[in-house]
Design a protein around this ligand. Structure first.
Ligand SMILES: [Zn+2]
Length: 246
């Protein structure tokens, strides 16, 4: 297969108040005599991502130069007020978010591929905005900003510390404790190294937040100072953020 060199963003050139789906595009493209949807991915107005043509197949989205190009299309691009001849960026926030995730996933599969808009490759308004400029901005915004650490500052004791521990009471179940604190059952079990059929002993202290992965796990029963736990939580969150945004 040809090396993927570009990820090309498109709009569907349909009105923002229309619910378009992969099936609609597939039908349109078949009517053009193609073998089906020409894009590899389609993003509906509500942010739902639908798979189009398999990535292993060459797409049909940049006339005459489709080899090596993944095509992503988001539904929209036209507004009633500006009519059918004016391409605009009317992505919904959900679409923009889905687009960012989709591009990142593609870049993992095709490292080094350029992220461009259809209009960077052909004479068209599609996709209604400057993709390379937007993408550069997205990457900048999402970079974690390292915060200077002031060792003399006291550890923050805000709301973070309030529900860090749950002391088991009569009638508690794993499930009731998890839902009480807005956790999934699995998360609660994982944080406490427990299984769902483990008996809950009244008076047991259950951790409600996962300690930082690099730090030794504090014993549920030990009297760890609130500040220490908050510091661990902050360290964990920072590590998680750095991981997520890299
Ligand atoms: Zn296009």
């Amino acid at each position: 297969m040809t090396k993927i060199t570009h990820i090309v963003i498109h709009y569907s050139a349909t009105y923002g108040d229309l619910e378009m789906t992969r099936a609609d595009i597939d039908k349109m493209h078949k009517e053009r005599g193609w073998k089906g949807i020409g894009y590899h991915w389609f993003i509906r107005r509500d942010g739902t991502v639908e798979e189009g043509r398999p990535e292993s197949q060459v797409g049909a989205h940049v006339g005459g130069q489709n080899a090596g190009k993944i095509g992503i299309c988001w539904a929209g691009g036209l507004e009633r007020a500006t009519g059918p001849n004016k391409g605009v960026d009317n992505r919904t926030p959900a679409q923009t978010e889905a687009l960012v995730h989709l591009i990142r996933a593609c870049l993992k599969r095709y490292p080094g591929a350029k992220v461009v808009g259809h209009r960077d490759l052909a004479a068209t308004q599609c996709p209604g905005f400057d993709v390379p400029v937007w993408w550069a901005k997205v990457q900048k915004v999402k970079q974690p900003t390292p915060k200077p650490v002031d060792p003399s500052a006291p550890a923050k004791t805000g709301n973070l510390s309030e529900d860090k521990i749950h002391v088991v009471e009569k009638g508690d179940t794993w499930f009731s404790i998890a839902s009480m604190h807005g956790l999934s059952l699995n998360a609660l079990l994982a944080m406490n190294d427990a299984t769902a059929n483990e008996v809950l002993v009244i008076g047991r202290n259950l951790l409600l937040r996962r300690p930082a992965p690099s730090a030794p796990a504090p014993k549920p029963n030990s009297d760890v100072a609130a500040g220490g736990i908050v510091a661990l939580i902050i360290a964990g969150l920072t590590a998680a953020a750095a991981y997520l945004f890299n």
